[in-house]
Design a protein around this ligand. Structure first.
Ligand SMILES: Cc1cc2nc3c(=O)[nH]c(=O)nc-3n(C[C@H](O)[C@H](O)[C@H](O)COP(=O)(O)OP(=O)(O)OC[C@H]3O[C@@H](n4cnc5c(N)ncnc54)[C@H](O)[C@@H]3O)c2cc1C
Ligand SMILES: *[C@@H]1O[C@H](CO)[C@@H](O)[C@H](O)[C@H]1NC(C)=O
Ligand SMILES: *[C@@H]1O[C@H](CO)[C@@H](O)[C@H](O)[C@H]1NC(C)=O
Ligand SMILES: *[C@@H]1O[C@H](CO)[C@@H](O)[C@H](O)[C@H]1NC(C)=O
Ligand SMILES: *[C@@H]1O[C@H](CO)[C@@H](O)[C@H](O)[C@H]1NC(C)=O
Ligand SMILES: *[C@@H]1O[C@H](CO)[C@@H](O)[C@H](O)[C@H]1NC(C)=O
Ligand SMILES: *[C@@H]1O[C@H](CO)[C@@H](O)[C@H](O)[C@H]1NC(C)=O
Ligand SMILES: *[C@@H]1O[C@H](CO)[C@@H](O)[C@H](O)[C@H]1NC(C)=O
Length: 591
């Protein structure tokens, strides 16, 4: 145990020499035995930060990927997409299995190979979801602690509301009463404006208020309507789990170590504890050698919706028959591991516009691009502080008499939750000209997919099946969503501005439209559910409501994979609150 005095000396020592305890080399790691070993994550750094608030607790984070430090594309909001190149150094380079709902297409599936997990490369959209989403989690798990009202303080705890980089007047664009001011993750409204586009969006909420009411803050738990996007950006830079929860003041703690390039294969060293199996160590590959990091209190898997089920399966936690066929001895027969994956799918609609106030004025003009970079580099202002997913978002519902409901009962968690998201993007299809796009997302899917392993080799690439548009419900619903997007642009606000669509969807018959959807739907990259929470004693599920893996001692999952169904929201805010509450649940048990 480290004494508090030593800890204080340690902090002084490390800060005075700028020492950083994110280790690049396993040989530099001071030891291989900790109270807690955390694997990966957006969520994992949150857990590591909170547990090491107690100086007598030691934590090691094992991350397979590389450091986020000094990667310009991970700092400049406008350039974030450059990190997503599937074969690049910052991606796991995953590809889905052939998607039956997408005419057998396989598509690349983005996952960050970076400290901070996907929060280091994502679109930075900050959306919490609906009250109904969390109230459904509480109902499914039998734990009121997951309800919106009880989770709400954790949203505030993660968040540091920050003025936008352009310091524009934000009155009416958000509700200050529902935001945190002292958390590690900066959240702000956009620090760069596209006035020609934005004023038309707001004007449409006045011209078509029945279908598209203005919502002054979509993060209140009542997201329905159209409003200003909030992003995990502070002072013009991306704010991530790595920059926030591992900021210098935290990573200098002598009881917190992070090792990069540590690819975890499986959990090892099973013993019995009060009639339950317990793993004593985490095996990982560094370079070409295998190592074991021991955890005396708990192992915490935060490897995300793909990595976590993969590690569980590699360790003999999963469906017995499947494991047996791969030659992996079963430790606990848990058939739900890797099942019930749910994810969003998006469809882009693009129009030419009679305006040069679009992203193309920068992306297609090398002079402006370089000027924008210099401006960002010298003052953290200008177009490069803009996060490219959009200026506004709308959260919409199917019509009450939608034919989709003849196929399946309403999959949304309640009348206050959306079926769709529409993102308003001031750019187009990467061809010369000026464009806008409406990205229509199906955010309450009926389809359920899976993450599986195909080999007893723990380093083999897992099989990802997000099952996009596998259910007819999702197809019919998305088609209705596309019509809502088209309707939005019929408002008078768009007259004289809107040119031709790049693909004339409206001219197609329904059969052709469905073919077009299946041929072009994009991944939402929001997979959850593959290590789902369920009520204690339920016949399905992977973890109990306290995030402990069912039937095992000393092992928790704390990441997006525990969410039973995908929320009607981008998933990082939900991931942060799972992590914050998860850390509290660990602390409660050990004090
Ligand atoms: C391209 C993209 C854009 C997105 N945009 C947004 C957005 O704009 N807004 C939003 O709210 N959400 C967005 N998301 C989703 C959001 O970022 C994720 O839901 C969230 O970050 C998930 O966090 P996590 O902790 O569950 O897992 P992850 O962030 O996936 O972290 C898992 C970590 O574990 C590591 N790991 C995995 N396996 C192993 C192993 N075997 N050994 C060691 N380490 C391992 C990985 O390298 C990774 O760092 C986006 C996601 C993607 C991919
Ligand atoms: C990425 O995956 C593709 C196939 O899915 C493969 O051809 C390519 O070599 C992989 N790249 C890297 C860097 O692993
Ligand atoms: C296995 O666990 C036991 C008890 O926790 C420990 O003493 C031993 O060192 C561990 N062995 C390995 C190889 O990790
Ligand atoms: C998937 O989740 C549903 C509840 O939403 C549950 O009834 C079902 O058993 C789960 N399936 C698996 C394989 O876990
Ligand atoms: C856009 O067009 C206006 C005139 O219509 C012009 O003044 C302005 O410089 C142009 N901006 C860019 C970025 O091309
Ligand atoms: C490119 O940007 C520069 C600098 O803003 C501007 O002077 C020029 O007109 C732009 N070119 C085009 C084709 O818009
Ligand atoms: C950004 O500015 C710094 C000086 O402040 C300079 O050293 C660096 O080269 C600039 N980066 C780029 C890519 O121009
Ligand atoms: C839709 O259009 C296609 C031609 O592109 C045609 O073959 C098909 O019969 C049409 N379907 C209906 C229902 O009109």
């Amino acid at each position: 145990m480290l004494s508090p005095t030593l800890t204080i000396l340690g902090v002084l020592f490390f800060s005075s020499v700028g020492f950083c305890k994110v280790y690049e080399d396993v040989a530099d790691l001071p030891r291989l035995r900790y109270d807690y070993v955390v694997v990966g994550g957006t969520a994992g750094n949150v857990v590591a930060n909170r547990l090491t608030e107690n100086p007598s607790v030691s934590v090691l984070v094992l991350e397979a990927g590389v450091s986020n430090e000094g990667i310009v594309d991970a700092e400049v909001p406008f350039l974030g997409n450059d990190l997503l190149t599937p074969t690049g150094p910052y991606s796991w380079n995953y590809t889905t299995t052939p998607q039956t709902g997408l005419n057998g297409r396989t598509i690349s599936y983005a996952r960050a190979y970076l400290l901070g997990g996907c929060s280091s490369h994502n679109g930075m959209v900050y959306t919490r979801g609906a009250k109904d989403d969390f109230d459904r989690y509480a109902k499914l798990t039998g734990d009121e602690g997951w309800s919106w009202d009880q989770i709400f303080p954790y949203f505030l705890k993660t968040e540091k509301w920050t003025p936008p980089a352009d310091h524009h007047d934000t009155r009416g664009q958000f509700n200050p009463r529902i935001h945190g001011t002292a958390g590690p993750i900066s959240v702000s409204l956009s620090g760069f404006q596209w006035p020609d586009f934005q004023r038309r969006i707001i004007q449409t909420t006045e011209e078509l208020p029945h279908d598209f009411p203005f919502n002054s803050d979509m993060n209140s738990g009542q997201p329905l309507g159209v409003g200003w996007v909030q992003s995990t950006i502070g002072h013009g830079e991306r704010s991530s789990s790595a920059t926030g929860y591992l900021a210098p003041g935290y990573i200098q703690r002598t009881n917190l170590d992070v090792l990069l390039h540590a690819h975890v294969s499986k959990l090892v060293n099973v013993t019995q504890q009060q009639g339950k199996p317990r793993f004593g160590g985490v095996q990982f590959r560094y370079g070409t050698s295998l190592f074991v990091a021991e955890a005396s209190k708990e192992i915490i898997l935060s490897a995300g919706s793909i990595g976590t089920p993969q590690i569980l399966l590699n360790s003999g936690i999963g469906d017995h028959n499947t494991l047996h066929a791969l030659g992996i001895p079963t430790v606990v027969d848990l058939p739900s591991v890797g099942q019930n994956a749910s994810d969003h799918s998006y469809f882009a609609l693009t129009w030419a516009v009679n305006s040069n106030d679009t992203m193309e004025s920068i992306t297609q003009n090398a002079t402006r691009f370089n000027e924008a970079f210099d401006q960002w580099n010298t003052s953290r202002t200008g177009p490069f502080v803009f996060a490219t997913p959009g200026t506004h978002a709308g959260w919409l519902r199917l019509s009450a008499d939608s034919p989709a409901f003849e196929i399946h009962p309403d999959p949304s968690p309640g009348y206050g939750a959306p079926h769709f998201e529409v993102l308003f993007v001031p750019s187009g299809a990467g061809v010369p000209g000026h464009f806008i796009s409406l990205l229509m997302g199906m955010v309450s899917p009926v389809s359920r997919g899976s993450v599986a392993i195909s080999s007893g080799d723990p380093f083999a690439v897992p099989l990802l099946d997000p099952a996009y548009l596998a259910s007819e419900f999702d197809v019919i619903a998305l088609l209705e969503g596309v019509k809502l997007a088209q309707k939005f642009l019929t408002a008078p606000a768009w007259q004289g501005y809107l040119g031709a669509p790049t693909v004339d969807f409206a001219a197609m018959n329904t059969t052709e439209q469905v073919v077009n959807l299946r041929a072009n739907v994009l991944s939402g990259s929001h997979m959850v559910g593959t290590a789902s929470m369920s009520a204690r004693g339920a016949k399905y599920g992977v973890v109990d409501p306290d995030l402990k893996v069912k039937g095992i001692a000393g092992l928790r999952v704390i990441d997006a994979s525990v969410l039973p169904t995908v929320p009607g929201a981008h998933t990082q805010a939900a991931t942060y609150v799972v992590a914050e509450r998860g850390a509290d649940l660990v602390k409660q048990m050990w004090t």
